[in-house]
Design a protein around this ligand. Structure first.
Ligand SMILES: [Zn+2]
Length: 91
C-alpha cells in the first residue's frame, strides 16, 4: 500500500504519481506520468489520501455538492468530481 502518495492535482488519478524531489519551498514535489506535470503538496491531507477519499465520499453521501466539499476540504473540484463519479459508478 502506497499510503503516502497523493492523487494527481491535475488529473486526479492516483496511480501515476511518483515522488519528484523537493520543491523550492521545501514541499514534497510529485510527478504524474499521465499528464506529465509536477505538483507540490504541503501535506498529505490528514495523514493520507485514503482518509481524504473517505471524507469526500462521506460528505457526498450526506448530500453535499462537490463545490461545497471542494471549498470545505481545500481539495480541487476536479478531484472531488473524480470521487463523485467513482461513487456513481459503484451505485
Ligand atoms: Zn496527472
Amino acid at each position: 500500500m502506497k499510503k503516502e502518495t497523493p492523487i494527481c492535482h491535475h488529473c486526479a488519478r492516483p496511480e501515476g504519481v511518483k515522488k519528484h524531489g523537493i520543491g523550492n519551498t521545501g514541499n514534497q514535489r510529485y510527478f504524474c506520468r499521465f499528464c506529465k506535470r509536477t505538483f507540490q503538496t504541503r501535506y498529505i491531507y490528514r495523514g493520507n489520501e485514503e482518509n481524504m477519499a473517505m471524507q469526500i465520499k462521506k460528505l457526498l453521501s450526506q448530500g453535499h455538492t462537490p463545490e461545497q466539499i471542494s471549498s470545505e476540504t481545500q481539495v480541487r473540484l476536479q478531484t472531488v468530481n473524480y470521487y463523485a463519479e467513482e461513487m456513481e459508478s459503484v451505485c
